[in-house]
Design a protein around this ligand. Structure first.
Ligand code: MRU
Length: 354
C-alpha cells in the first residue's frame, strides 16, 4: 500500500514549471505505465482530450483552461480586437474536442470572460489575467472536490459496501475526486469501505483507473465486470452507489459514463441509494432535461479492438458506441455538490444553488 496522499495528491493535469505548456498524465497508459506528456500546440491539446489521454469532466475543464492560456501566449497580435479574434478561434477549436462534459465549455467560457473583462488592458496584462484565471479554476476544483467528498462521506458509514462506475477519482479531477472522493477522505480518517468497481466497458476506466487508484490508497476494492453489478447488489454487499457526472440538467437528469443509468435502475430495484457527486460547474441550468444533453458517439474500434491482442469481433460488424447515458432524475437519491446535498425535487434544489 502506498501513502494515501500519494494517490489523492496525484496531479493528472498541471501547468508546466515554465508556464508554457500543459503537463498531463497519459491516462491511456495506466495502470501499466505512468507517462507524462507536455502539450503546447492546439492540435496536441485537442488530441489529448479527444483520445482520452486526459479525461474526466473536471480534468478536461482544467486542461482546457491551461491549454487556452498556453495557446494565447502564442498569439502574435498586440491589437486587442485581433487578439480576441485569434483567441476565439482557438477556443472554438478546443471546445470541439468532446461534447458531453459541460466543464470543457464552462472553463473555456470563464477564460474568455477574463479576456473580455477590461478591453483597455494591453495584451501582456490580459495574458496575466488568463494565467491567473486558469490557476484559479484548478485551485477551486481542489476545494470543490474536498467539499464534495465531505458531504458524500456524511451519507455513508464505516464498513459500507460501495459500488462505483467509471472513474471519478483523483485522476479525473483534482485531489480526492468526486464520485470516489468520499472513499479516499474516509480512508484518511481511518474508515474502511468495501468497494465494488465496475470495470466500465468499453475502455475499462473502472478496471484501469478506479481499481488502480483505490488499491494504491489501501482501500479494499473488488473489480467486477459490468454485468456483475446485479449479483453483488442481490448478495447484500452494496449499501450505496456513488458515481460522478459529466452534465447534470436543471431537472436532475444526469449524463455520466455509459452504463451509469443501468446501475441506477438496478439500485432502485434492490432499494440501494444511488448518489451522483459533482461540482456545480457540471450542472447546466441551460439544459432543461436529459433530452437536451448531447451524447458523444465514439468509434467502433473502442468496442472491437482496443486493449485486446486480437480483435474481439468481426471487423465489419455494426457497433453502437455511445460514451455516456442519461440517468433519469427519478432514479437519483441525491446529487452531492460542493455547496451541499440536493434532494428531489431537483428543479427546486438545484436552482437554489445558483
Ligand atoms: O469519457 P470520460 O472518461 O471522460 O468519462 C468520465 C466520466 O463519465 C466520469 O464519471 C465523469 O466525468 C466524472 S469525473 C469526476
Amino acid at each position: 500500500m502506498e501513502n494515501i496522499s500519494k494517490v489523492t495528491h496525484i496531479e493528472s493535469v498541471r501547468l508546466s514549471d515554465d508556464g508554457t505548456c500543459v503537463v498531463i498524465i497519459d491516462q491511456t497508459q495506466l495502470p501499466n505505465r505512468t507517462e507524462y506528456l507536455e502539450l503546447s500546440s492546439a492540435e496536441d491539446i485537442w488530441d489529448a482530450i479527444y483520445t482520452l489521454k486526459v479525461r474526466g469532466a473536471p480534468a478536461i475543464g482544467i486542461c482546457a483552461a491551461y491549454g487556452i492560456y498556453c495557446l494565447a501566449l502564442q498569439i502574435r497580435e498586440t491589437d486587442y480586437d485581433r487578439f480576441l479574434c485569434e483567441f476565439r478561434k482557438k477556443k472554438a477549436y478546443l471546445d470541439s474536442s468532446r461534447p458531453t462534459a459541460v466543464n470543457l465549455s464552462w472553463a473555456l467560457n470563464r477564460m474568455e470572460r477574463a479576456v473580455l473583462a477590461d478591453r483597455s488592458k494591453d495584451v501582456g496584462e490580459i495574458l496575466e489575467l488568463l494565467k491567473a484565471e486558469s490557476l484559479k479554476i484548478h485551485r477551486e476544483d481542489i476545494d470543490m472536490c474536498k467539499a464534495i467528498s465531505e458531504y458524500g462521506l456524511s451519507l455513508i458509514k464505516d464498513g459500507d459496501g460501495i459500488l462505483t462506475h467509471c472513474n471519478a477519482g483523483p485522476l479525473a479531477t483534482s485531489r480526492y475526486g468526486t464520485g470516489q472522493g468520499p472513499l479516499f477522505l474516509g480512508k484518511e480518517r481511518g474508515m474502511n469501505f468495501r468497494v465494488y468497481a465496475d470495470e466500465t466497458r468499453p475502455l475499462l476506466r473502472g478496471a484501469r483507473l478506479t481499481s488502480y487508484e483505490l488499491q494504491k490508497a489501501g482501500i479494499d476494492v473488488t473489480l467486477i465486470c459490468d454485468n456483475m453489478a446485479s449479483i453483488v447488489m442481490k448478495n447484500g454487499w452494496v449499501q450505496a452507489c456513488m458515481v460522478g457526472c459529466d452534465r447534470v440538467a436543471a431537472n436532475g437528469d444526469t449524463a455520466n459514463k455509459i452504463g451509469t443509468s443501468g446501475v441506477a435502475i438496478l439500485a432502485k430495484y434492490y432499494g440501494i441509494p444511488f448518489y451522483v457527486l459533482g461540482p456545480t460547474s457540471t450542472i447546466d441550468m441551460n439544459c432543461k432535461s436529459g433530452e437536451d444533453i448531447h451524447i458523444e458517439l465514439r468509434e467502433p474500434e473502442e468496442i472491437k479492438e482496443k486493449f485486446y491482442q486480437e480483435p474481439v469481433a468481426l471487423k465489419d460488424v455494426k457497433c453502437y458506441n455511445p460514451s455516456f447515458d442519461v440517468t433519469d432524475h427519478s432514479l437519483i437519491t441525491a446529487i452531492v455538490t460542493e455547496k451541499g446535498v440536493c434532494y428531489p425535487p431537483y428543479t427546486e434544489s438545484l436552482a437554489k444553488l445558483f
